[in-house]
Design a protein around this ligand. Structure first.
Ligand SMILES: Nc1ncnc2c1ncn2[C@@H]1O[C@H](COP(=O)(O)OP(=O)(O)O)[C@@H](O)[C@H]1O
Ligand SMILES: [Mg+2]
Length: 238
């Protein structure tokens, strides 16, 4: 379990997060949904120590991440964002295996993991030796997911990963993500502002307003059936 315990983050006068507390269950998908600026990115980047809390703590299985070495922590936490950021002069396979190498895997293991994960996300072998710009946006995003999985993480942080993908491909990516999550037993925190995506993939759906204030959290069916307030009704369109 990942636990945010009264976490605050201030940037000068701005309070990005104000005493944010949340339990993220293991091997489930938790979706954070909220308007732009509500602190979603700040919250998830605390899990892999890209952001340090001003106060409060984030722990993984009872261990405060503040006490963890950032490099070894990031070997167990995958990170996927909308801007996939593949290296243009490396092939698809190299883009994935390189990350596994950096995470300390021997070359042959890294190669094997790259092949396995590319296959898992649905990239055909004929694309392995191509370059990123020869791929569609949807394929590039799949490679981004494969790259995050190649380090064999047990936690995956996903910050609006499918925002730039067209609707039909986006549906496919959501389906495959859910399949992969079950297959690998991943703990996923997924940020989106798309209500259909949120309701579809979430085990736990968390609706946030400014400062990371939790308006409501629970199963998607619970939130859509009994929204706690007008804000939740509006953001879920019910
Ligand atoms: N590095 C930063 N420096 C200053 N302000 C920041 C920084 N990162 C985020 N913020 C501010 O914190 C608030 C929350 O931002 P963010 O976590 O990115 O929200 P979200 O991902 O929900 O859009 C916003 O007001 C944003 O402008
Ligand atoms: Mg954000």
């Amino acid at each position: 379990m990942i636990e945010f315990d009264r976490v605050s983050k201030k940037y000068g006068d701005i309070t990005a997060l104000n005493s944010f507390s949340l339990k993220v269950p293991t091997a489930k998908i938790t979706v954070l949904m909220g308007l732009s600026g509500s602190g979603k990115t700040t919250a998830i980047r605390m899990v892999n120590k890209m952001v340090t809390p001003t106060s409060g703590s984030v722990s993984i299985d009872g261990v405060d991440v503040a006490a963890r070495d950032a490099v070894s922590l990031r070997r167990t936490v995958g990170y996927v964002i909308q801007e996939v950021g593949l290296l243009p002069h490396k092939t698809v396979r190299e883009n994935v295996s390189l990350i596994a190498r950096i995470a300390g895997q021997p070359a042959d293991v890294a190669e094997g993991n790259a092949t396995e994960m590319l296959t898992m996300v649905g990239i055909d072998e004929q694309f392995f030796s191509r370059y990123p710009q020869q791929l569609s946006g949807g394929q590039q995003q799949r490679v981004g997911v494969a790259r995050a999985l190649a380090i064999k993480p047990n936690i995956l942080l996903m910050d609006e990963p499918f925002g730039a993908v067209d609707p039909i491909v986006r549906e496919e990516l959501q389906d495959e993500l859910c399949r992969i999550q079950r297959e690998l037993g991943l703990t996923i925190i997924f940020v989106t502002h798309d209500r259909h995506e949120a309701v579809k993939i979430a085990d736990q759906l968390v609706v946030l307003s400014n400062g990371g204030h939790i308006e409501q959290a629970g199963a998607p069916s619970e939130l859509t059936a009994t929204p706690a307030n007008a804000f939740v009704r509006k953001i879920l369109g019910v």
